[in-house]
Design a protein around this ligand. Structure first.
Ligand code: ATP
Ligand code: MG
Ligand code: MG
Ligand code: MG
Length: 425
């Protein structure tokens, strides 16, 4: 990609409403732009990161045996009345009326729609298990949308739903999703922790959250120093304290499992998996005939990941005073080639050659071919956070050398054209 043919919009100033670093940097880097509270456009640079996250999610879900589909974002009230959530959900559910005065909502989640699909198709145990997912735009009328993509009202979620013949099967499906989630967050370059969680308004028997530990996280996460218990604090306080003797300590508290001391850290919930049991299948009559021709209720699970929230959480973990330091797998571009002196033909030629070498090698490269000052190109590159930058300048080129800089460490070394390519691929 050539920046002269692209749409870039970096800002020197932080937006007035941005409180946390990921929000500030993603707006300043021209990745997102606010349209209304909690409603953002993904600008071209930001969309590249979103699409890379989506692809990682998609690959890992497919590997785990889940099948992609796409459901409507606008849903009729009837199915929500059937599940009982039309009354329960509260104001986060954006309710709308069509021209015939019929009630609809903009989907905050899709248990009702998927259960309606599955109940109409699945009749026999032979059609189970099945796990289907979508990557789709959700709307939740959050009371306090803030922090950019972290807590939007309109946001992209990957949501998956598993349907099994019995509890044992549902546990196997849950375990597959747990493992897939670990792979997804690892591949995105996040450092995360899986914790026990509350099931909230989705309901169900048990659930786990995937937390990215960061100071700006809205959740409190506890982890015990004695056993391996880790939980969302709201879940841990709901449990009875353990019988084991309490060990008094400053500001930590006692583990509900073993009585050891737990530490509290802040976490960002990037994923959440639920064992739903028969909450929806019972209410919506999703049943099948077992081997003996007896009618049984389908056992469900549901599994969500915030795609935009992953991007924001990743920035919270990877930045410095100059900007974002994207991990390679979800960087908008992997390598940026920066001709520092746009008026020097040798410099431009070398930069163009390196750029085309990278493209030929299958690298997701960008060249900053704008006729700008070196300083402003470098500031933009640091702000946007390309993992590798190749600076082509008039002094080094006299010795046929270019400078390769690793964004995260700042490590810079001189290379020949060939060695720079080898280092970058
Ligand atoms: P939170 O506790 O942050 O409100 P939630 O528990 O309501 O999230 P879930 O219903 O578990 O969210 O949805 C699955 C995933 O969708 C979450 O783990 C999160 O990554 C993402 N998500 C939820 N709400 C938002 C939002 N308002 N903006 C961006 N992503 C969100
Ligand atoms: Mg919520
Ligand atoms: Mg939550
Ligand atoms: Mg949740």
């Amino acid at each position: 990609m050539r920046l002269t043919q692209y749409f870039t919009s970096t800002l020197r100033e932080a937006p007035a409403d941005a409180e946390i670093i990921s929000h500030i940097l993603m707006v300043r880097a021209g990745m997102i732009k606010k349209l209304a509270a909690g409603i953002y456009s993904y600008l071209p640079m930001g969309l590249r990161t979103i699409k890379k996250i989506e692809n990682i999610v998609r690959e890992c879900m497919n590997d785990a045996g889940a099948v992609e589909l796409l459901m409507p974002s606008v849903q009729p009230a009837e199915i929500w009345q059937e599940s009982g959530r039309w009354q329960q959900y509260g104001k986060e559910l954006l309710r709308i009326k069509d021209r015939h005065d019929r009630d609809f909502c903009y989907g905050p989640t899709h248990e009702e729609v998927i259960t309606d699909i599955v109940r109409s198709v699945v009749k026999s145990y032979k059609q189970l298990p099945v796990n289907m997912y979508q990557i789709q735009t959700k709307f939740r009328d959050e009371v306090r949308p803030r922090f950019g993509l972290m807590r939007g009202r309109e946001f992209i979620m990957k949501d998956a739903y598993s349907f099994d013949a019995d509890d044992e099967g549902a546990n196997v499906s849950y375990e597959k999703m747990r493992a897939a989630y670990c792979r997804i967050f690892e591949r995105c370059g996040l450092s995360y922790k899986m914790v026990e969680a509350d099931s909230g308004s989705i309901g169900g028997s048990y659930s786990h959250e995937f937390m990215v530990l960061a100071q700006t996280g809205e959740d409190a996460v506890i982890s015990c120093d004695r056993c391996d218990y880790a939980a969302n604090l709201e879940k841990a306080v709901a449990l009875k304290p353990a019988k084991a003797p309490c060990i008094p300590s400053g500001d930590s508290d006692t583990c509900p499992k073993c009585g050891g001391i737990y530490e509290i850290a802040r976490g960002i919930e990037v994923g959440h998996i639920f064992k739903l049991g028969t909450k929806y299948s019972e209410a919506m009559n999703a049943r099948y005939l077992d081997k003996n021709g007896k009618q049984q209720t389908i056992v469900m699970g549901c599994y969500g990941i915030g795609v935009g929230r992953i991007a924001a959480a990743c920035v919270e973990q990877n930045f410095d005073e100059s900007g974002i330091c994207w991990p390679v797998p979800i960087a908008p571009f992997e390598v940026a080639v920066v001709p520092l002196n746009s008026n020097e033909p040798d410099v431009v030629e070398m930069a163009e050659n390196i750029y085309s070498d990278l493209i030929k090698a299958g690298i997701d490269a960008v060249i900053d071919d704008r006729n700008d000052r070196a300083g402003s190109k470098l500031a933009d590159a640091d702000l946007i956070g390309y993992p590798i930058r190749i600076n082509v300048g008039k002094n080094n080129i006299k010795n046929s050398l270019v400078e390769l800089v690793i964004r995260s460490s700042g490590e810079a070394e001189l290379y020949t054209r060939e060695d720079a390519i080898n280092r970058a691929v």
